[in-house]
Design a protein around this ligand. Structure first.
Ligand code: HDE
Length: 713
């Protein structure tokens, strides 16, 4: 499928050429030192005699070891674990009415992009399947300079003010005395903090939902989170919210599955993204915007500047304006994915900030953190960070400066350099900040319009299907069950009670607790200090239910099974026709089939042909697949009593996956929980190779999971 790879556009080529300048190609080359000296022996250090001590003179050994000793740089304080990819952004329709940003006006330009998707809490080596928010950061290499849209896979955040970010991160990370747990929010300090921060309740609903355990990085929505501004060439401002809608739909795994995947393959998401791009199954997202005129700023039940609130799509529809395609894996993880430096303050003319106090804090943080992570103010010169637009200014020197600036002039204004480089007027593409009028007292306070912490949490909870609600309840039982301090559990139940009393009651049952009498939660954000802290309020929202918030009801859901992984449980004697018919139909629909058998190599089919084996039962596990098929044949006799096969099928059943068995393959189900029953998502067929059966299985797989099988809490 490699030939599916398309050549990138002009812009994308420009970035590629730029990166190529720094790409080392050792094919057919001699090995050298960093100074270009050809190396004669890379296996032995210089010694005094064959058994002698090392000689300090060995500059080649010292160079190699010194470089190795300094190979690591500090990992990101948050979002340490990430996966990256190259791609491009293509605009569907010019947005000139709202923004003058050139890449949002010219549909003929493909803008090169680099994306980094990450978990937040864990270290670089932690598991992909942690219950966590996913970072969703895109660098657009536009012709007017770099634009970074540094968002998440959830549209809201835990806190309203940047002042609380270090506290949030300290609370969620491993506890400082023993650094336990790794990449998990299920511990006392996190819930202690949350139980004292009612403003986090909406985000808690999202992180306790299945959005926090995506099936694939390719199957998540992305959001800009904050309200931004679009500025047009008349200097008119509109508020804007950014959305990324995945072409493959929004899907998740279940929590038991997530925990097992972490054991079986902690790089599950990284590998999934890598393999899809490598095979030519390029992931795509459409970019959507919600646009709100300035005049409507105060028309909502919530404050547009409050990052714990979303704008329901029922109030302001999402307009799709373009798409992003990921079509190339990085050449080098460190040079690209690790060294890329995002910053919400990297904007281009036509895009500007709102006064969201979380966004305002972020505008300081990102350059600051690169200084300690990448170690130099010249991080913009690293190839992955370099703009494709011309770059000229009077900034000079610093660690690892690459640019060689000739001449005497490094100041502005100057006459010796002919006044160069020049400032650009707005009409020439110079960036000007939106001239918002500001006339205010200097205060440390939060607007009372931020004080409603519960009604959108309730909106989110009410918008979920019963299955999704059950998953939230179970997640909260798990998380709070891991909390040792009973007072923290109770305090959290008190907050959940304000979101939905039934939710609180069901979580409480699992914890063996009563929902506490309504205690007045303090709102630490409102008021100048704890003495005049106010109670949070709950406003009635106009919207009671929003399908876009549910993964199951989401209107953008598609029934594609493209890139879904299906395991065929096989052994010697399997009927080739049964395998081939199902395999062809699944692959035609875009799915990927893996032949699983007792050993690697190949097995003989009933027809006497060799069938190549992809994985043995030692490696394969149901949690790494989306569906399972047991073909007809003598294989059934061998598989029936294998513990690995029973576990495979039982897990598939438990995790609500669609199971199909054909001919004697049906016998394998006998010793498992998956009793043949089409109404229970266990499909069987006696007429080997029947196309109707195959089509039906594919249609079922398109619905992702058979949730009805799951027992309610
Ligand atoms: Fe970040 N965040 N953040 N953040 N953030 C970082 O920057 C920070 C916030 C997000 O793949 C850091 O280069 C503060 C919200 C992503 O490289 C750091 C605040 C959202 C990434 C930082 C926030 C994000 C980061 C760590 C509160 C969603 C990964 C390393 C005011 C809209 C980018 C780095 C990548 C990374 C600070 C809150 C998204 C420390 C102070 C809200 C996707 O600068």
């Amino acid at each position: 499928m490699k030939d599916k790879k398309t050549n990138n556009s002009d812009g994308a080529n420009a970035k590629q050429t730029d990166l190529e300048r720094n790409r080392s190609n050792a094919d057919g080359q001699f090995m050298t030192t960093d100074q270009g000296l050809k190396i004669n022996d890379d296996n032995n250090q210089l010694k005094a005699g064959e058994r002698g001590s090392a000689l300090l003179e060995d500059f080649i050994l010292r160079e190699k070891i010194t470089h190795f000793d300094h190979e690591r740089i500090p990992e990101r304080i948050v979002h340490a674990r990430g996966s990256g990819a190259h791609g491009y952004f293509e605009l569907y329709k010019p947005m000139g009415e709202f923004t003058k940003a050139k890449f949002l006006n010219d549909t003929s330009v493909k803008t090169p992009i680099f994306i980094r998707i990450s978990t937040v809490a864990g270290s670089r080596g932690s598991t992909d399947l942690a219950r966590d928010v996913r970072g969703f950061a895109i660098k657009f290499y536009t012709q007017e300079g770099n634009y970074d849209l540094v968002g998440n896979n959830m549209p809201v955040f835990f806190i309203q003010d940047a002042m609380k970010f270090p506290d949030l991160v300290h609370a969620v990370k491993g506890e400082p005395h023993n650094e336990i747990p790794q990449a998990a929010s299920a511990h006392d300090t996190f819930w202690d903090f949350i139980s004292l921060m009612p403003e986090s309740m909406h985000m808690i609903m999202w992180t306790m939902s299945d959005r926090a355990i995506p099936r694939s990085l390719r199957m998540m929505e992305g959001f800009g989170v904050h309200t931004f501004r679009f500025i047009n060439d008349k200097n008119e401002s509109h508020f804007v919210k950014f959305h990324w809608k995945p072409k493959l739909g929004t899907h998740a795994v279940v929590w038991d599955e997530a925990q097992k995947i972490s054991g079986k393959n902690s790089d599950f998401h990284k590998l999934d993204l890598w393999e899809a791009i490598d095979k030519g199954d390029f992931p795509e997202w459409e970019l959507g915007v919600q646009i709100i005129p300035e005049a409507d700023e105060h028309k909502f039940d919530f404050d547009l500047l409050d990052p714990t609130k979303l704008v329901p799509e029922e109030l302001v529809p999402v307009t799709i304006i373009g798409k992003m395609v990921l079509d190339r894996n990085p050449d080098n993880f460190f040079a690209e994915t690790e060294q890329i430096a995002f910053h919400p303050g990297h904007v281009v003319p036509g895009i500007d900030f709102s006064n969201d106090p979380l966004l305002q804090g972020r505008l300081f943080s990102y350059t600051d953190t690169q200084l300690s992570r990448l170690g130099s103010p010249n991080f913009h010169e690293i190839p992955i960070n370099r703009t494709i637009a011309p770059m000229h200014n009077h900034q000079r020197d610093g660690h690892m400066r690459q640019e060689i600036n000739p001449g005497r002039v490094s100041y502005h204004p100057n006459s010796l350099g002919g006044g160069c480089p020049f400032q650009a007027k707005a009409s020439e593409g110079g960036f000007t900040s939106y001239d918002e009028r500001i006339d205010a007292r200097k205060v440390r306070a939060r607007s009372t319009s931020f004080a409603d912490h519960f009604s959108q949490a309730t909106l989110f909870y009410n918008s979920q299907t019963d299955v999704e609600k059950n998953h939230i309840i179970k997640a909260l039982r798990f998380e709070l069950g891991k909390v040792e301090t009973v007072a923290i559990r109770k305090r959290t139940l008190g907050l959940l009670d304000q979101v939905d009393p039934t939710l609180a009651k069901k979580v409480a049952e699992g914890l063996g607790l009563e929902v506490p009498q309504p205690e007045k939660p303090m709102n630490h954000g409102v008021g100048a200090d704890a003495d005049d802290a106010q109670e949070p309020i709950k406003k009635t929202q106009k919207i009671k239910n929003s399908d876009a918030l549910s993964m199951v009801k989401n209107p953008t859901l598609t029934d594609t099974i493209a890139t879904r992984q299906i395991a065929f449980l096989c052994a010697a004697g399997v009927t080739g026709k049964s395998v081939d018919t199902m395999k062809k139909a699944l692959e035609d629909a875009g799915a990927m089939v893996k032949i699983v058998a007792p050993h690697l190599g190949s097995i003989k089919t009933a027809e006497g042909k060799d069938l190549a084996v992809d994985q043995s039962y030692m490696i394969a596990a149901s949690v790494l697949f989306d569906g399972v098929f047991i073909p007809d044949g003598e294989n059934a006799a061998a598989l029936k009593d294998m513990d690995e096969v029973k576990e495979f099928i039982n897990d598939s059943f438990k995790h609500c996956k669609f199971i199909a068995a054909e001919g004697t393959g049906v016998d394998v189900l006998k010793n498992t929980d998956a009793k043949p029953d089409a109404d229970a998502g266990v499909l069987t067929n006696q007429n080997v190779g029947d196309q109707k059966f195959v089509k039906n299985y594919i249609a079922k797989l398109g619905t992702h999971r058979f949730w009805e099988r799951e027992k309610a809490v």
